[in-house]
Design a protein around this ligand. Structure first.
Ligand code: Q46
Ligand code: ZN
Length: 314
């Protein structure tokens, strides 16, 4: 098997593109796909300051790496969830990458430690508020990433969601006809209201397998294990089903997700009318001031509940 571009020995085949690449041509392919996504979806420009959400996994570290090598101004934020046996390891991977790679590009790493800031690790917090761990985690991460981006004047927040993530999420939303979520499945979500950062997913054109290959070929040391809390999640099941389809019919995942994006682009109400709709529904949280549809935002409500439950159990 030879490289489709330079005809030397290939190291990876990409049946969905009917192509194979050697290491340097594959790295170029991955960067070109990301650069195309950034431009096509109007994610950010050369002068923008980007905050990358990093977890220590292959996708987010590959994203940080690609953005820095493409010459973007990208810092990163890591949220330490305090999961025994997992968080310490993933944090170490992120800190090492920041030290070995990001620093030479002038980029910095911000760290938010849930145990210090919210008063307990994610497991204990979710027990206190009687919510599933991943729901608690989602609320905290969304809140803290947005807060950091807005308070520290980043123009945009980037996450490492890949093609597999987005196709699986789309499948889940369609199976349950969650139309309100379908509206939010675009790779660029504008900062429609004051207090909400713009959010982008520059890796939506690259698959999980391609990102693992990018990380290995570029010597990015990442945490291979998934977060232990993900075990048994519906997303993993949807990914399995889509992988089965992909094996039988290469290109299924990208046809499914990119096809959805094309249809959505034609059907999408003008960004300004969406912004007006959002603006009408949102106002500042009575405690922290971040935009919310209720009196108090879900993060502050959760923290108040955790505090009361913590005091009662003492
Ligand atoms: S990190 Fe958090 Fe995921 Fe772990 S606790 Fe669940 S939501 S599985 S992206
Ligand atoms: Zn609040």
């Amino acid at each position: 098997m030879n490289c489709t571009k330079c005809k030397t020995k290939a190291v990876i085949d990409l049946p969905r593109h009917n192509a194979a690449f050697c290491a340097p041509c594959f790295t170029t392919y991955a960067r070109d796909q990301t650069a195309y996504a950034i431009k096509h979806e109007r994610m950010f420009g050369r002068d923008d300051r980007i905050l990358v959400a990093v977890s220590g996994g292959k996708d987010s570290l590959a994203l940080w790496h690609v953005l820095l090598t493409l010459g973007y101004r990208a810092d990163a934020l890591y949220v330490d969830l305090g999961i025994p046996g997992y968080s310490a390891k993933s944090r170490e991977k992120v800190e090492r990458f920041a030290e070995a790679v990001a620093r030479s590009h002038g980029a910095k790493l911000l760290i938010h430690t849930v145990q210090d800031e919210e008063g307990a690790g994610i497991k204990e917090l979710s027990d206190l508020v009687h919510r599933p761990t991943c729901a608690t985690c989602g609320t905290i991460k969304r809140y803290q990433f947005n807060k950091a981006a807005v308070e520290q004047d980043y123009d945009v927040m980037a996450t490492g969601h890949n093609l597999d993530d987005e196709a699986a999420r789309l499948l889940g939303n369609m199976l349950h006809w969650q139309e309100e979520y379908l509206d939010k499945q675009s790779p660029t979500l504008p900062a429609s209201v004051e207090g909400f950062a713009k959010k982008v997913k520059p890796l939506y054109r690259l698959s999980e397998r391609e990102l693992a290959a990018y990380a290995v070929l570029n010597k990015i040391d990442y945490i291979v294990e998934e977060c232990p809390m993900a075990k048994g999640s519906k997303m993993l099941l949807y990914k399995e089903v889509l992988n089965r389809l992909e094996t039988e019919s290469p290109g299924t995942k990208h046809r499914f997700y990119w096809g959805f994006l094309e249809k959505q682009a034609h059907a999408q109400p003008a960004a300004s009318s969406m912004a007006e709709k959002d603006q009408a529904l949102l106002h500042p949280c009575g405690i922290c001031g971040q935009p919310t549809t209720g009196e108090i935002c879900s993060y502050c409500k959760m923290m108040a509940r955790a505090k009361t439950a913590g005091a009662e159990s003492r």
